[in-house]
Design a protein around this ligand. Structure first.
Ligand code: KG4
Ligand code: ZN
Length: 347
């Protein structure tokens, strides 16, 4: 049985998994850092890196023990080396290098964004390529033309905030705990998505496949606090107003995501859309994207919900390189890149 160990530490999730060549997960462990970043309403890079350092070896140990395989049975050690937070990435890479030396196993660095899309095909024997790949997470909102697992072309992406980041920031405005995306989606269930017409930034920009969410965030802020007013302390919203704002904001984001991904499909002529990243767990987004794809004869593959947010199982992407004998050596380094422009040529 062919197995690899995959390590993930790009942002605030410390994760390891033992995965077979046919995609079976023999062992998996994820240590989330939500509670450490909650008081700051966002990920604090230094805290994230220190927490990875404390957790990485116990997490790997747990995944290995669960898999019941010996290190000598591993074919390689895969680690996400880009893009991500520099300190966080370095901890995962250092652990992977240490184990590669100790266990005498080859190293394989993987692209975290490509792994998010690869997750869409896990559990199925058919290849998902070629496709339009759409990564929608806390750090990315990016469209790619994916010719093969690691042969990608950048089509467009956010010029400011990522979609997940805007969910998290608006959630803070509504008094929801970090990470706010799932909480905001829950609040939106009781609201009216057409109660307030928030802008759909760049949706009318037919010259690019780019997104922008920072102005939408400001529009929500003005709706809550009033234009030019900074006194948040005195603002009290009724529960109906809160859920209407949540539902209307969520709909504005979804319209942009569905609109631009549909345009990417038309532009490339590709007939398959693969969507991964934390925001792909959003139920309303999933439903509306499915409707749009059904209407235009597009095959939609969204990552299974448990593989949308950061995890090590999607590190199965490494098999694509291992099968080609394409390994890294100990000079492998992290490439944090700019999260927003991840995987853009020359980024
Ligand atoms: O992929 P991920 O774990 O980390 C990054 O690579 O960024 O994505 C986390 C992001 C957060 O912004 C979180 O709020 C968002 O995904 N998210 C959601 C939902 N679940 C997670 N956003 C909207 N609706 C959800 N159900
Ligand atoms: Zn991610």
């Amino acid at each position: 049985m062919r197995c690899l160990l995959a390590i993930e530490s790009t942002c605030d999730e410390t994760a390891a998994a033992v995965i077979t060549r046919d995609g079976r997960v023999l062992g998996e462990c994820i240590a989330t850092q939500e509670e450490l970043h909650q008081q700051f309403s966002g990920v604090v890079p230094e805290i994230a890196a220190r927490a990875h350092l404390e957790r990485i070896l116990p997490v790997i140990d747990t995944a290995m023990k669960q898999s019941a395989i010996a290190p000598s049975d591993l074919e390689a050690i895969a680690v996400a080396t880009h893009p991500g937070l520099p300190g966080s990435l370095l901890v995962g890479l250092a652990a992977a290098k240490g184990l590669a030396v100790a266990w005498q196993k080859p190293l394989v660095g993987i692209n975290h964004v490509q792994a998010h899309i690869y997750a869409c095909g896990m559990g199925s024997k058919e290849s998902i390529f070629p496709c339009v790949g759409f990564v929608v997470s806390g750090g990315h909102t990016t469209l790619y033309q994916c010719n093969a697992a690691t042969d990608w072309e950048y089509l467009g992406g956010t010029i400011d905030d990522a979609a997940g980041e805007s969910f998290d920031k608006v959630a803070v405005m509504l008094g929801l705990p970090f990470p706010g995306g799932p909480q905001l989606a829950k609040l939106a269930e009781t609201g009216r998505s057409d109660a307030i017409h928030f802008p759909r930034p760049m949706l009318d920009d037919y010259s690019s496949l780019n997104f922008s969410f920072s102005g939408l965030k400001t529009a929500v802020r003005y709706r809550i606090a009033g234009v030019g007013k900074a006194d948040w302390g005195s603002i009290s919203l009724s529960s109906e107003e809160r859920s209407d704002i949540a539902a209307s904001f969520q709909q504005a984001v979804i319209d942009c995501l569905v609109g631009k991904s549909s345009r990417a499909l038309k532009q490339t002529g590709l007939k398959r859309l693969c969507v991964g990243g934390g925001v792909a767990a959003n139920q309303r987004f999933r439903i509306q994207l499915q409707d749009a794809c059904d209407r235009s004869g597009i095959e939609l593959k969204i990552a299974p919900r448990e593989l949308c947010t950061d995890n090590a199982v999607m590190g199965a992407l490494a098999w694509e390189r291992i099968d080609l004998g394409d390994f890294d050596d100990l000079s492998l380094d992290v490439k944090p890149g700019l999260l927003r422009y991840a995987n853009r040529p020359n980024a």
